[in-house]
Design a protein around this ligand. Structure first.
Ligand code: ADP
Ligand code: MG
Length: 702
């Protein structure tokens, strides 16, 4: 009953020793018993299925064949010595080869007998061959009872490990030994009522069965149990930290909806809110009058109208005697928010100021003063907002736009801007899949705007190949003739700035030839320009002085030019899905029908084709995010890299949505009834929670 034993260094396991321990640590980060037990198979080979020899291809994974040995032959001398065996079934012959342990195999194999042969097909001298297959005399009656595994676990290994005979088989042997020695000490960490309710297998048997299942059903149960456990404790941690936060920090109470909100809503707001906007406002309203600090993530596609929601939330703050601010990742965006909000509220309604790096010192001092004496209601800006010298009289609400670019650090800094930390609303136009949101931002509340304002015409997207370039030019001319403006975007190739620029220059040249002055005017924006030059070019486009804006992806975030209704993306196959979606979101902001043209070369990778097809098929950012995750895996979705929460061993966020939801709901229910985990039946959870958090790894066995 000694749970310390799982922390035993791996060199002490029978059959490991110092040399192999060294490689296990280096190659697989397996340091102790627990790490090895948690080195789960990445797949299972079905040993219930037999292949026909004629169907075997050299590139297949492990296969099982039933065949009669017809001939065996010892060839070569000394170190070239080998045993070559022929076997046949009713469809053909296969050659089997041994280079080691020859003597023993030679003795065991009896020509004329039928064997169950299991191995990985390969290619040798123009023939399909299996080297070192497992051979077992075929015995139709006894096959089942021998305890022969029908599902053979396959473990990740490396070339280096194989040199130490730690291939999949070798690892399997170690794990089998370890399980035999320790399985009894793997204790349950979920209360009986949860096990019963979700029909979960016990922990000990699940560890056994995930490595060595007797059948597919047992495997499924073991996986379900361990996935549930993994996700459950992750949610327990996230929701616990949320709970602690709400217990620790009081929140400013916005219990009034007053003059500012009402006047804006009834007299100034130029359009009816969408139902989604109303719902989110209600969520925010409920959150901010409970006396608990709000930490809410607002997800909504580009153009879904997040800014208005942010503004109206800020008006509630003002109605309750507080100040509010919006922090944007770039000056351009901050500027845009400033303009938008000034336009929406009009003159003399509330005091709004813009604070960015380029605001001159004198104006800045004025802003500081008004902030401190409370006459400034809303401050809009970049990082400049969180500099230490920026002091607020009474900051009640912070809105952060485009959260990927702000670290947790910066968020924390904002909290300290007031004695009672301000409510925080994080807005993102990069929808992430639900499962990801629940794990990455599991300690935040999440609001979703999943509806575009009425009357918006969905952007039409087409995919053109190089051969259709003339058609594209024709289309551009036609749209410009109608008075529209066009973006042409080139990919940024990180590895080579030179190539980027060349790409852009070549493209610009072609464009200038096709769209000559004076009839056509082109703006060019790229990363090499100084901020002022960039701004100048942008402004020319925004004012409508140029009809075409050729750019690298600098325009990705933000810019709002309602008259720009065509987005052309060059080398579209080079962009990731979410980036394509972001770019497309730059158009479709006005009343006109908007278009997106994806240009690509003829030959596309499979993923590339799926990406472009997805873009053509749907405008829904959440749908696109799901597909993006399926293509790239959760770990490659923007913003997830730094968040250790995705370090999942068994659960997979792309496929285990239901289990995640079950686990999360279960934790929510538990905390509602028993926030301290003090009830006797939750004792086991409390202990597991403490144990897991005491160590470095989250999913501790003990
Ligand atoms: P987001 O920040 O979510 O990308 P914005 O807040 O910039 O979107 O809104 C996009 C455009 O839609 C803006 O011009 C805004 O005024 C407009 N808009 C917002 N909500 C509505 C609505 N309910 N009805 C009509 N237009 C709206
Ligand atoms: Mg926005």
């Amino acid at each position: 009953m000694n749970n310390q034993q799982f922390q035993t260094p791996i060199e002490y396991l029978k059959g490991v020793g110092l040399a192999r321990a060294e490689v296990l640590k280096k190659e697989l980060q397996i340091y102790n018993f627990e790490d090895l037990l948690r080195h789960f198979p990445y797949k299972y080979i079905d040993r219930t299925r037999f292949y026909k020899i004629k169907d075997i291809q050299p590139d297949m994974p492990y296969v099982q064949v039933l065949a009669r040995v017809t001939q065996k032959e010892l060839l070569g001398e000394k170190h070239t010595k080998r045993l070559i065996v022929q076997a046949k079934d009713d469809t053909g012959f296969i050659e089997l080869a041994w280079f080691q342990g020859i003597k023993w195999v030679e003795k065991m194999l009896v020509p004329g007998k039928v064997y169950v042969i299991f191995g990985k097909p390969g290619f040798f001298n123009g023939k399909t061959q299996m080297s070192h297959p497992e051979m077992e005399l075929y015995n139709p009656g006894a096959q089942q009872q021998k305890g022969n595994l029908t599902l053979q676990p396959a473990y990740n290994s490396t070339e280096k490990l194989k040199q130490f005979t730690l291939d999949s088989k070798g690892l399997q042997k170690l794990i089998a030994g370890l399980l035999e020695q320790t399985a009894r000490d793997i204790h349950e960490n979920l209360p009986a009522y949860i096990l019963n309710r979700f029909k979960l297998a016990g922990r000990q048997e699940s560890y056994r069965n995930i490595h060595f299942p007797n059948d597919a059903n047992q495997l499924k149960e073991a996986q379900y149990r361990l996935k549930f456990e993994e996700l459950f404790f992750l949610q327990l941690k996230l929701l616990k930290s949320k709970l602690t936060r709400t217990q620790k920090f009081k929140g400013n109470i916005f219990d009034k909806v007053g003059h500012y909100f009402n006047e804006f809503y009834h007299d100034k707001l130029p359009f009816p809110l969408t139902n989604a906007q109303k719902r989110v406002l209600k969520e925010i309203r409920t959150d901010t009058q409970r006396g608990v600090q709000m930490n809410r993530l607002l997800q909504g596609d580009v153009g879904s109208g997040k800014t208005v929601v942010a503004l109206m939330s800020m008006l509630i703050a003002i109605d309750n005697g507080f100040q509010a601010c919006i922090m944007a990742p770039t000056e351009i965006l901050a500027n845009q928010h400033y303009q938008t909000i000034k336009d929406l509220v009009g003159e003399g309604f509330i005091e709004v100021a813009l604070l960015t790096g380029s605001v001159p010192a004198k104006a800045r001092r004025g802003i500081h003063e008004k902030l401190e004496n409370g006459t400034l209601n809303i401050l809009i800006g970049t990082h400049a907002l969180i500099e230490d010298k920026v002091q607020y009289k009474n900051l009640g609400l912070v809105v952060i736009d485009e959260q990927h670019r702000f670290g947790v650090e910066q968020r924390a800094k904002l909290w300290r801007k007031n004695i009672v930390p301000p409510h925080v609303l994080v807005m993102t136009a990069t929808p992430i899949p639900r499962t990801l949101a629940m794990t990455m931002y599991g300690d935040l509340d999440i609001s979703i705007i999943d509806e575009l304002p009425a009357g918006r015409k969905p952007i039409q997207t087409v995919h053109f190949y190089e051969a259709q370039r003339l058609r594209m030019f024709g289309f551009m001319k036609q749209e410009i003739a109608k008075g529209r403006q066009i973006y042409v975007v080139y990919p940024l190739i990180q590895e080579s700035e030179k190539l980027d620029l060349k790409n852009l220059q070549d493209g610009t040249e072609v464009m200038s030839r096709e769209f000559p002055l004076p009839q056509y005017r082109i703006s060019i924006v790229h990363g090499k320009l100084k901020a002022a030059e960039k701004e100048f070019e942008m402004q020319r486009f925004i004012k409508g002085e140029t009809q075409i804006m050729v750019a690298t992806t600098v325009i990705e975030v933000g810019v709002n030019v309602p008259n720009a209704s065509v987005m052309i993306i060059e080398n579209a196959e080079r962009f990731g899905l979410s980036q394509l979606h972001q770019l497309r979101g730059r158009v479709g902001r006005g009343a006109d029908q908007s278009f997106c043209i994806l240009m690509s070369k003829e030959k596309l990778s499979n993923d590339g084709r799926i990406r472009l097809n997805t873009m053509v098929k749907t405008n829904n950012g959440f749908e696109i995010a799901e597909i993006d995750m399926q293509l790239r895996g959760p770990g490659n979705i923007e913003g997830t890299q730094q968040s250790g929460v995705l370090d999942l061993k068994v659960a997979d966020l792309t496929t285990d949505q239901d289990i995640l939801q079950q686990a999360r709901n279960c934790v929510i229910e538990i905390f509602e009834k028993d926030p301290q985990l003090a009830a006797p039946e939750n004792q086991i959870l409390n202990l597991a929670f403490l144990a897991k958090n005491a160590g470095l790894s989250w999913d501790k066995i003990s």
